[in-house]
Design a protein. Structure first.
Length: 274
């Protein structure tokens, strides 16, 4: 009887130990990244996130609250929500998805991606690896998968690097900075065009991605000059032609804040007309 009692006590202690190790308290501004340690299938090479129950980081995150994941099958690490302070932006880099087309510097954006908080939506709608065209605006507070995405703000890089190069730069402790991506902190601040004293200021825009300019052009105008050429064959005044030529098309891309719309409307690389 004594032996049975000892065995029963050991079993109870072990069960209690496993239960405690399996419970995870996720704070109100935290997410839990689940790492599956035991599985029949392993991740495909180059894919840092498991989508079908393979061993490795799981696609589904644990949201705030008391959560259960059976130890030792699963391990859980806590990560902060991505927060972009006022006056700053967040550049998003995807570590999952299809490769970028040859020559592309940034990934095509689809509305289904939203603010990149849904990894499933990103992958299901053709998300691509690399720099994403939208930036996270000031005031953003969102749970983003730390193994699938990196988010760069002036003073912090959110997420876990998966490439060997970025791991080396972080020193294995997640200590990345904007400089690791060729960015300076001031490049991640909101651009403000305001008068300097009594002098009004303007912003001259040069884009770094897009189709090349037509031969002979020194600046890109959305849609080219076909509308101006068509007006010359109509009965319109010179003043109307000048108004059309000098008119702004910035509403089509929200003053260059929507780079995907800029490209979709025929935006080209280089100096911009507006």
């Amino acid at each position: 009887m004594l032996t049975v009692g000892i065995v029963l006590l050991v079993v109870i202690v072990l069960l209690l130990f496993v239960a405690l190790r399996s419970l995870h308290s996720i704070g109100p501004s935290e997410i839990g990244l689940v790492n599956k340690r035991l599985a029949r299938r392993s991740l495909a090479e180059g894919n840092p996130v498991a989508l079908h129950g393979e061993a490795g980081f799981q696609a589904r995150l644990l949201m705030p609250g008391l959560r259960f994941k059976l130890w030792p099958v699963y391990g859980v690490t806590k990560h902060p929500w991505v927060q972009v302070p006022a006056g700053e932006i967040g550049v998003v880099i995807a570590q999952v998805g299809a490769p970028l087309p040859i020559g592309a510097k940034s990934a095509v954006y689809h509305e289904e991606f939203g603010n990149f908080s849904s990894l499933e939506a990103f992958l299901a709608n053709g998300g691509q690896k690399g720099v994403q065209r939208p930036v996270l605006p000031p005031g953003t507070l969102v749970p983003i998968h730390p193994a699938a995405f990196l988010v760069i703000t002036p003073h912090r890089v959110y997420g876990m690097p998966v490439s060997a190069e970025l791991k080396a730069l972080s020193g294995g402790r997640g200590g990345l900075s904007p400089a690791a991506f060729g960015l300076a902190p001031e490049q991640l601040e909101v651009t403000v065009i305001a008068p300097r004293g009594t002098t009004d200021m303007v912003g001259i825009v040069t884009t770094l991605e897009g189709e090349p300019l037509p031969s002979g052009d020194i600046a890109s105008r959305l849609g080219g000059f076909d509308d101006v050429a068509a007006m010359q064959g109509e009965v319109v005044s010179d003043a109307e032609i000048i108004d059309t030529l000098l008119g702004s098309k910035n509403t089509l891309h929200n003053n260059y804040q929507d780079f995907q719309a800029f490209v979709a409307h025929g935006g080209r690389i280089g100096l911009q007309h507006d």
